[in-house]
Design a protein around this ligand. Structure first.
Ligand code: HEC
Length: 251
């Protein structure tokens, strides 16, 4: 009995560990790997704004192009800036040691980032930058405090002058009558070229792309899963009939 109790305790222990993480409030993000248009926009944004610093070194260009529906020649022409061949791994040439000197921390590889942090975290992080003069690069992040990464999407989003509200559902402040949490940022230090709705979509597409990166076979797995269930259902009928046949003589 005691063994059983200890065993049960050990099984729930990892779950407690998980629950202890993630203390910052996040905006929810539901990835959709079947939305090819979103994944393609995400890939284009990632190549233009992120790949200078972050590699995706466990993925190959060709596989990504095939999976998200970009013709290989178009991908090679427009989304490979390093001179790499389409069959190569998505590495970059930034020296990790030097990068750590520039930013405090080296930019990590992001192939499995969505597995590490979760989609909601990435989505909130990308929208969580704000102006903070006390930091070396003049920006901070509500989700990742004292982050070493610059606000690379400042041209698109602009720079929020105050901490953006992340992880709060919209509510009306009873004193001022202002709506809180409807829009993440209420005051801008720099205006961006996108509206906040457009930028939220860009952040969604980037997160969706990184989510696909962390689990590239998800769509295929779910499709196969349905066939497996149909097979089991049909097989059950035959197994049941055979079982009845065998036991007929015994009863
Ligand atoms: C100029 C270099 C640079 C660019 C460009 C850049 N990043 Fe970063 N990024 C960094 C650095 C440096 C860190 C590590 C920050 C730290 O640990 O303090 C980082 C961290 C991150 C993290 C958190 C990693 C973790 O610790 O889990 C994510 C997610 C991320 N970047 C996403 C992006 C995305 C998406 C883009 C493109 C829109 C991008 N980055 C563009 C330098 C960059």
């Amino acid at each position: 009995m005691r063994k059983l109790i200890v065993g049960l305790f050990m099984t729930v222990l990892p779950a407690l560990g998980l629950a202890a993480g993630g203390s910052v409030p996040l905006d929810p993000m539901e990835p959709d790997h079947t939305n090819e248009a979103s994944l393609q926009r995400g890939a284009a944004l990632f190549t233009n704004y992120c790949m200078g610093c972050h590699s995706l070194e466990y993925a190959r260009y060709k596989r990504v192009a095939d999976d998200i529906g970009i013709p290989v020649d178009l991908y090679e022409e427009n989304l490979i800036f390093t001179g790499a061949k389409i069959g190569e791994l998505m590495k970059i040439s930034m020296d990790k040691g030097m990068a750590a000197g520039w930013f405090g921390n080296a930019p990590p590889d992001l192939t499995l980032e969505s597995r590490l942090r979760g989609e909601s975290w990435i989505y909130s992080y990308l929208r969580g930058f704000y102006k903070d003069e006390s930091r070396p690069l003049g920006v901070n992040n509500v989700v990742f405090s004292n982050v070493g990464m610059p606000h690379v999407l400042v041209d698109l989003q602009g720079l929020c002058a105050v901490k953006p509200t992340i992880g709060e559902s919209a509510s009306v402040d009873p004193l001022s009558g202002n709506v809180r949490g409807g829009e993440a940022c209420t005051q801008w230090a720099i205006e961006g070229s996108m509206t906040s709705v457009e930028f939220d979509r860009a952040a969604y597409d980037l997160t969706n792309f990184l989510s696909y990166m962390g689990d590239p076979v998800k769509v295929e797995r779910e499709r196969l899963g349905i066939y497996v269930l149909i097979f089991i259902a049909i097989f059950f009928v035959f197994a049941y009939l055979l079982n009845r046949e065998y036991w007929k003589d015994v009863h």
